[in-house]
Design a protein around this ligand. Structure first.
Ligand SMILES: Nc1ncnc2c1ncn2[C@@H]1O[C@H](COP(=O)(O)OP(=O)(O)OP(=O)(O)O)[C@@H](O)[C@H]1O
Length: 921
């Protein structure tokens, strides 16, 4: 039945009878189910045997019958109308250069040069084709002639003549005679006058192939003709003959080396042809298809070949280029034909049918079994493969051309979209059936990678993509990796149009464009493909296309707010936190009026296209007014809420995500919107300097008086004292610190309070802390006051003065005794304290002695028990070295007092700033 259907189509095609070549007519004629007929017709179509005309009903014609009937090669397999088909046939017939494989790829420059030179007014200009053997020089020369005839540049009755100069390499006289003609008697055998090719080709085209074989004197005669259009026939140097011929030359040798400079100067155009190797895989596959197709027609059998044959033809380096490839194809067909069943309708070509030199015979023996079992590739599959790739270029071109028309305001944006969607659909249809592409491992990888990326992104943005759409896009990307080189050239040539398209898509389909950009970035990173921008544009259009059938835009959240990026920031935060694209943002200038806001909003809504519900979050403005002026599409609900915040956007976004009704969402938002407040009052704290000495409150009080003397009168800072042990115990928790802002603590030992700087008296005595003073008091004193302060400190904090002030005992005597004891202590401990540790200890010990004399000793030292156990030796040393003092003043230095002395020794780090000081610096 299937064969019968095909036969009916072939007959109908012969008569171009569209009434007979459709599923309805055929099913009626055969009394069969229309669906079954339709199914078979589509199978033939996807096998590339039929072409489809998308009228109602859809018409199918047999491709081969059409091509033979009209002597054309049809590029397309799908037409919109019969007229469209006729047009294609007509174009194919007259498309001389377009019949060359690679005319719009590797030969595009060649074709332009040839076309321009041969038609250069009035009679064209000479042209030299230069390229390795078998690259198509003769074919192009012939094509140029046909072009001239079709363009009316050369009359139809004028000839295309060829002279292959290398055939006369050993007989230059004969070559000259052939070219210029000869007179009777010019040489033996010249029994009558004979016109040369220059005369015979008069008004037409003369092609001098292998021109490097032309001897010098012949070249000279020739350029005289090229200059003046006159020549002598051989054997007659008297009479000048005239002729008008378009001259074409070809050579495989470097023209600069093999042709006279004088001749070369008269050939204004030298066209260089690429070798087969340089023409890329896509063109090579086209050539293989084209060459087999010719054999298929000649033999009347459908050709199929094995994978090994296919790979050998695609990858072998042929020194004789296309000529060699052609010989190889023909030889393999002859070998296969010789071994085939004469009645069979299919000719199978296996590796062992290839010419011997093409494949390693030993290797072949091993593969023979393999090759026999391998699935055969029908020739028509190659055509689909080729057309498919063209499909991508075709798709891009259709989109870019439609966009160009939109850009020139010839069509509306909606029309541009419609035309683009049609191109996407036919691209889809074209590839859905390509089994061999789907089988390749590279493709499988791309498909699963895309599946993964689309799943993540589509979940986030809430759209769905069908398997067929995924397949289409996977093919699009796969082509990218396969035909990278050719496609890149294509993209470069249309760069400007692509960028214009991108800008318009970004503006008109902003949401889709953003998603497409994210998808493309993911694809770039995962597939390691240098995707062109055009791919993002096509993806954008796909997303818009999915969008028509999915609910991606069903509910749109839009945030409108005044300020440079207020709305964008809120939308961005909400979209990110909810991990789904829910809000568009419209940033409005600060002074924008409600009218301006609504105008922009309307424009935005217009771009979104189909939606069912809009949730509008605005910062201020009358909701009534905004609502009245929105020109939303019919049947769409609009919810507006003002005073937008991130919290509100999250609440609304969550509601949209959960599919809650507008009422439910807004009620929840209003309930949660009541603000709460808390005021933190500023509490003024008086700044103070705190005097606190381990040697006791008495010392602290006296220190306070010395400081008060030193401080300029203008300074409002108070000086207070505080018990050292209480300070250590309560730390900053003392209510004192709530009341006062302590600028610094001055004293004998550091109480180590976090964030409160400590100034040891000894530092003031030996002047190492003047810079710190500046730091602490700079906010309270002027420069002059600071100077006075520092001078006073220098004066009042001399060791003697301090001793005088701090103790009632004889300071000179006391200091001497203490100095001796501390010296001895250093010797005994076998150490040497830093200067400030010593001074600190002097002050402390003096105060300590006075305390003991007055019976006011400190009897608590933090962790006293542990100290006593751990530092027996130190206690012993102090007792021994201070023995004279104890005896002299009749005192007993207790372990707790020794504990404080130990702290000085323990902290003896010359020049090191304590942690609490460092924090405040
Ligand atoms: N662009 C093309 N498209 C289709 N077929 C081509 C193309 N170029 C060459 N061929 C085919 O390749 C074969 C060799 O081409 P052609 O004889 O024109 O090459 P050539 O450069 O003139 O070779 P030579 O230097 O050996 O004369 C021919 O059969 C020609 O039809």
């Amino acid at each position: 039945m299937k064969e019968q259907i095909w036969e009916i189509v072939r007959q109908a095609t012969g008569k171009l009878d569209d009434k007979a070549a459709n599923a309805v007519a055929i099913s009626q004629r055969m009394n069969a189910s229309r669906n079954v007929v339709s199914q078979y017709l589509n199978e033939y179509y996807s096998d590339g045997l039929l072409v489809k005309i998308n009228t109602r009903p859809v018409v199918f014609f047999d491709r081969q019958v059409l091509e033979e009937h009209f002597a054309v090669n049809l590029e397309q397999s799908e037409y919109t109308s019969l007229h469209d088909l006729h047009e294609d046939i007509e174009n194919s017939r007259n498309h001389d250069f377009e019949n060359l494989i690679g005319y719009d790829e590797s030969l595009s420059t060649v074709v332009n040069q040839c076309r321009a030179t041969i038609s250069y007014p009035p009679d064209g200009l000479p042209l030299l084709l230069y390229g390795p053997t078998g690259t198509g020089k003769s074919l192009i020369a012939q094509t140029m002639y046909e072009y001239c005839v079709h363009q009316g540049l050369v009359a139809e009755d004028k000839q295309f003549l060829i002279l292959n100069c290398s055939e006369y390499a050993n007989n230059p006289e004969l070559l000259a005679a052939n070219l210029f003609g000869y007179k009777k008697g010019a040489f033996t055998g010249a029994d009558k006058d004979h016109p040369g090719l220059l005369k015979l080709a008069e008004g037409g085209v003369l092609f001098l192939d292998e021109v490097h074989a032309l001897k010098a004197d012949c070249q000279e005669k020739l350029f005289l003709y090229m200059d003046k259009g006159i020549y002598h026939m051989v054997g007659d140097n008297e009479r000048w003959h005239h002729s008008h011929v378009r001259l074409l030359f070809a050579t495989t040798e470097d023209p600069q080396k093999v042709l006279l400079k004088t001749l070369l100067r008269r050939i204004p155009m030298i066209v260089t042809l690429p070798s087969l190797q340089e023409r890329g895989v896509h063109e090579r596959i086209q050539l293989i298809y084209h060459l087999f197709k010719k054999e298929q027609k000649r033999l009347g059998k459908r050709i199929e070949f094995s994978n090994i044959v296919y790979n050998a033809l695609v990858s072998t380096i042929f020194p004789g280029n296309i000529g060699d490839l052609k010989n190889c194809v023909q030889a393999s067909c002859i070998n296969a034909y010789y071994n085939s069943d004469p009645q069979g309708s299919i000719l199978q070509i296996h590796a062992y049918h290839l010419p011997g030199n093409l494949i390693d015979m030993e290797e072949l023996q091993k593969q023979k079994g393999l090759d026999n079992q391998a699935a055969m590739i029908p020739l028509e599959d190659l055509r689909k493969y080729i057309n498919h790739d063209r499909g991508q270029v075709h798709l891009n071109n259709t989109v870019l051309d439609a966009h160009d028309r939109f850009h020139k305001t010839e069509i509306s944006f909606a029309d541009f979209l419609d035309q683009s969607f049609q191109a996407l659909t036919s691209y889809n249809d074209n590839i859905i059936y390509q089994k061999h592409v789907k089988q390749s491992s590279g493709f499988t990888y791309i498909q699963s990678m895309l599946q993964h990326i689309f799943t993540i992104v589509s979940d986030r943005y809430g759209f769905k993509i069908s398997n067929n759409d995924l397949l289409t896009f996977a093919t699009y990307i796969h082509d990218y990796t396969r035909y990278n080189y050719e496609l890149r050239n294509y993209y470069e040539s249309r760069r400007e149009a692509i960028e214009q398209l991108r800008d318009d898509l970004n503006e008109h389909l902003h949401r889709e464009y953003l998603i497409a950009t994210e998808l493309a970035e993911n694809i770039r990173a995962n597939a390691d493909v240098d995707l062109d921008e055009m791919a993002t544009d096509v993806l954008t259009l796909y997303l818009k296309k999915f969008n028509r059938v999915t609910d991606m835009n069903k509910r749109i959240g839009i945030i409108v707010a005044h300020g440079y990026s207020t709305a964008s920031s809120i939308a961005d935060a909400a979209n990110r936190l909810l991990d789904q694209y829910l809000f568009d943002a419209l940033d409005m200038p600060l002074q924008a009026s409600t009218q301006e806001i609504v105008a922009q909003l309307n424009e935005h809504l217009h771009k979104i296209g189909n939606y069912e519900e809009i949730v509008l979050l605005v910062d201020m403005g009358s909701l009534e007014e905004i609502h009245k002026q929105i020109t939303s599409q019919a049947y769409a609900n609009i919810g507006i809420i003002n005073n937008v915040t991130i919290k509100m956007a999250l609440e609304v976004g969550n509601g949209i995500r959960l599919g809650e009704s507008l009422e439910a969402i807004f009620t929840k938002v209003e309930q949660a919107a009541l603000p709460t407040h808390h005021i933190i009052h500023y509490h003024h704290k008086d700044p103070v300097i705190l005097c606190s000495c381990a040697s006791g409150l008495g010392t602290a009080e006296r220190l306070k008086s010395i400081l008060e003397e030193s401080i300029p009168k203008s300074l409002t800072v108070k000086i207070l004292t505080y018990d050292y042990n209480e300070l250590i115990e309560k730390q900053l928790n003392a209510s004192f610190f709530d009341q006062y802002e302590v600028i610094c603590i001055v004293g004998t030992l550091n109480p180590n309070l976090n964030d409160v700087p400590f100034l040891p008296i000894e530092d003031l005595i030996i002047n190492v802390s003047l810079d710190k003073l500046h730091h602490y008091f700079k906010d309270y004193l002027s420069i002059d006051e600071m100077k006075t302060f520092k001078t006073n400190i220098l004066k009042n904090f001399s060791l003697t003065n301090i001793m005088n002030s701090l103790t009632i005992l004889n300071p000179t005597k006391l200091l001497e005794q203490v100095a001796t004891a501390i010296d001895e202590l250093q010797q005994m401990l076998d150490t040497s304290f830093s200067n400030n540790t010593c001074v600190g200890m002097y002050v402390h010990v003096c105060c300590l002695i006075e305390r003991l004399v007055m019976h006011q000793e400190i009897d608590t030292y933090p962790h006293q028990e542990t100290f006593i156990v751990k530092h027996q030796d130190f206690i012993h040393c102090v007792k021994q070295t201070f023995h004279a003092i104890e005896a002299y003043y009749r005192i007993d230095i207790t372990p707790s007092e020794i504990g404080f002395l130990y702290d000085y020794v323990e902290n003896d780090h010359p020049g090191v700033i304590t942690e609490s000081e460092e924090n405040t610096l």
